[in-house]
Design a protein around this ligand. Sequence first.
Ligand code: ADP
Length: 514
Amino acid sequence: MEESGAIAARPEREGWRTRALQIAVAAPVLAYLVLALPAEREELLRADVLLFGLAVAVVDLIPVPGWGGLQLSLSFPILLGAAIVFPPPVAAAIAFVGSVDPRELRREMPALLALFNRSQMAASTLAGSILFHRLAEAEGPVGPFALGVLAAAIAAYSLNAIFVAGYHALLRGVRVAQVLRRMHGSAPYEFLVAYLGLGLFGGVIARLYLSEGFWSVAVFLGPLVFARQMYFRNRALADRLAEQNRLLAEQAVRLEELLAKEQRTVDELRELNRMKGEFVAVVSHELRTPVTALLGYAKTLRQPGFAEDPTLREEFLERMERQSERLLRLVENLLTASRIESRQLPLSLGRVLFEDIVREVLEGLAPDAARVAVRVPDDLPVLTTDRQLLSRVLQNLLDNALKYSPEASPCELEATAEDGWLVFSVRDHGIGIPAHEIPRIFERFYQVDQSSTRSFRGAGLGLSLVRDLVQHLGGGVEVESAEGEGSRFTVRIPVRHPNLDEPVPLPREVGAES
Ligand code: ADP
């Protein structure tokens, strides 16, 4: 019966209340045994009494592997058998002696608690025995016998449960009903049926004993004890396996997630590798074109006749200059990109006039620069920013505007000052950008036309640099474009770089694409 709610060997809060309960149960039981047993001396001295007590003790001493919930107590039917076979005081004595707790033997249990445990077992068995002998006879007809057994089982079990629950309620300061509910776990009916079954099993033990003697009970119980042991071992094993399976399943899910992440990283790396390869090819091509042209012009100039013709020489030198400028722009872009990648882009702040930058950049883009209509007022505030970086931004935007629009079509460069910000835009009337491509054009190496037959030069670097540089200058860039109609890139940068002083007021619309 103990399994219905084992009492902790090291109680949580043994106080005067639990001790009072222990004494209140143990004292009358002991007094009863002392007073009632002398009258049962003859009965008590029978060897079978000892054997019953021994059977209960052995069954209780065999450790049952821990398993939460319903457990099959085998000492319960043996005690019930004793309650049926023997007079109540003798049955109580068997319970008192037999319900030894292994923890008692290991001296892990306070003496009073051990006494209480044994006394409440004796009291429960006594109640069962008294009730049975009132209702039926041990060797009487089966019907009343079975009813008596069931009544005895219910009485013994209920009393035991109340004692155990009462003790725990006092120990933890909770209500008895609450402990009872917890003791019966999530399967109260199974529990009840199991204990009624165990009760009837007690009846069988009693009848077997009466007709065949104790040896038959021993032969009957032996395999049962063994089977119970195996059952609990298997249960414990199954529980452990289930737990391990759960852990394994969890790990499998985690592994799968990691694998998916890894796969994504591999895909990204592969894509990066592909882009890198493509980039090398594109850049080689971009470098080769002006270098080949330069070489061609140089060779031509060496030919006799050319040196003497100043007009031709002038024209070739001018072409060489243009190709060199183009080469320089590409190499500078590559250098800047590499510095941004390694986070080593220096910021060199100084006082800058936007008009000066415009002039310089246009000179570098000549003769195409003649197509650019400049609408920059001459009263723009003096900027405190990085001249080099701002030039590179303007240069790339103008280069693209000229590149992606027909040779005869004009481009516009406009600038205004807005509340501590310089806002300038580069507009062209060229091929424009398809709407779905707009989110990608600021990516490194991204080119709308990725075919090998693309008609525009470029390495896919310009706009990604524009975005990074503008950000470095504390501003933002946005684009409006319609396919076939042209594009407008608008850049906002603070008049005073944010590194210099307190935050500059925000622009009315902050650059969305930066
Ligand atoms: P690229 O070296 O190819 O010009 P960019 O980074 O400067 O690289 O630009 C990325 C892509 O954005 C270009 O390949 C081009 O398709 C598109 N693009 C950039 N500027 C313009 C423009 N003004 N008009 C049309 N398309 C443009």
